[in-house]
Design a binder for this molecule. Structure first.
Ligand SMILES: Nc1ncnc2c1ncn2[C@@H]1O[C@H](COP(=O)(O)OP(=O)(O)OP(=O)(O)O)[C@@H](O)[C@H]1O
Ligand SMILES: [Mg+2]
Length: 411
């Protein structure tokens, strides 16, 4: 039996759909107006919802989002008089499976309901499996480490790639690298990976990210690190919002020991969402005045927002190219100590990027590789620190949240 909720729109629109489905003895129809859509959905627990765009102009995407959030395995079909591109995009982003014109063609509607039900059945099976397997093996949540710099081109991606490999080789744990440079991600090139699927493929199922769904999108690297690649085109990146990133990172965190996120230099809501989710921010800089000025500004913003200072590790890249600036003077000026250094290694870094083979693998004994290993040891989870015989540092509360989010909500 398919439990179907026909929601929203006018009473006539709802009865029209219900009448179309009358001959289908295996479809059990419940009706609800726009105001009672969510409460009726919670009571009747439908597998499929056919929702009419509300004539009063209420944003139907908001209702779809609430439906898919409170009933993670439900499949939503939107009926809309104006099936313009923008409306379709926002409905899909909110989690709709299909969009049909209103009034619908009876055959199309039935085919859409049946296919949504079938797809939902697979998702329900994997969802309950996920719950079962989670119940069997409770795992500690992974640590999200974000790599950021307030000036572009200073080595974020180089650092993110090699740090993930270092974490994997040190702990043999599950390490996921997220190319969070959504508009211009280059991790795929740096690691010589082919983007069969990217983060954009997770958006339609962002409210139901089972391990199977994540596995189907992550690309394995020979180091054992699994990579979530950036969209192949900048316009796909525009579809991804801060809330999507939060849900994706939360899901990845529950399935991995470490999630390293590369970013891009911006205060875009996606980057702020990454900050909010991270237990550690690696702030990369080089020793030149523009970079230092931007670091100072960033640290001031972070302090104003009460982002814990001990969760920001300042990393000096090309530490041996100081251009006449003295490290203690810079530390004094920005009121923050450098926590790690990376030496310059022009030829090695460039050739490793061009060949798509990270230097930590091709040249593990190079000074820069040793620097990255040192940094990896610094950001270990307490349990790994203990296993590897290192001194304990205070655990970071993974529940600490939304300091940067305040910027968003203040907008
Ligand atoms: N320690 C280093 N020694 C020598 N070259 C380096 C070092 N770190 C980074 N580079 C070089 O600097 C350039 C920029 O590095 P990378 O792409 O990692 O920076 P990014 O901060 O991710 O840039 P973007 O802001 O464009 O994403 C690359 O060409 C890389 O080869
Ligand atoms: Mg980069």
């Amino acid at each position: 039996m398919i439990r179907l909720l026909v929601a929203g729109g006018t009473a006539d629109e709802r009865s029209l759909v219900a009448n179309m489905l009358l001959p289908q003895s295996d479809i059990d129809v419940v009706l609800a107006d726009a105001a009672s859509t969510l409460s009726t959905a919670r009571e009747s627990n439908p597998q499929v919802v056919v929702i009419n765009a509300d004539p009063s102009g209420t944003d139907v995407a908001v209702t779809i989002d609430s439906l898919t959030t409170s009933l993670p395995t439900v499949a939503v079909i939107l009926l809309s008089v104006h099936t313009g591109l923008n409306e379709v995009r926002s409905a899909m982003r909110a989690g709709a499976r299909d969009v049909l014109s209103n009034p619908p063609n009876a055959d199309e509607l039935l085919a859409s309901i049946r296919s949504a039900f079938e797809l939902g059945a697979q998702r329900r099976a994997s969802f309950s499996q996920t719950l079962d397997s989670k119940a069997e093996q409770p795992r500690t949540a992974g640590k999200i480490i974000c790599v950021y710099s307030p000036k572009g081109g200073v080595g974020k991606s180089t650092m993110a790639v090699n740090l993930s490999i270092a974490l994997r080789s040190l702990t043999n744990g599950l390490v996921c690298l997220v190319d969070g440079n959504l508009p211009f991600g280059d991790i795929g090139i740096m690691m010589n990976l082919v983007a069969k699927k990217t983060i954009a493929d997770l958006i339609p199922t962002v409210n139901d990210l089972s391990p199977e769904v994540l596995d189907s999108v992550l690309v394995g690297h020979e180091s054992g690190v699994r990579v979530l690649l950036a969209p192949t085109r900048p316009e796909f990146a525009e579809l991804i919002q801060g809330d999507h990133i939060k849900k994706i990172l939360e899901a990845l965190r529950s399935q991995n020991d470490y999630v390293v996120v590369d970013t891009w230099t911006s205060f875009h809501e996606v980057v702020l969402a990454v900050f909010d989710m991270s237990q550690e921010i690696l702030l990369i800089t080089t020793l030149d005045m523009p970079a230092v000025k931007n670091i100072r500004t960033f640290l001031e913003v972070a302090e104003a927002l009460r982002y814990p200072k001990d969760q920001i590790t300042l990393v000096l890249n090309r530490a041996d190219s100081t251009g006449g600036l003295r490290i203690p003077d810079i530390e004094e000026s920005i009121q923050h100590k450098f926590g790690a250094n990376l030496v310059s290694a022009g030829a090695l870094v460039t050739s490793s990027i061009n060949r798509g083979r990270p230097f930590l693998m091709s040249d593990p004994d190079a000074p820069i590789s040793k620097n990255v290993m040192e940094l990896a040891r610094r950001v270990l989870q307490p349990a790994d620190r203990e296993t590897l015989g290192q001194t304990e540092t205070p655990a970071v509360d993974p529940k600490r949240r939304t300091v940067f989010g305040r910027i968003l909500s203040a907008r």
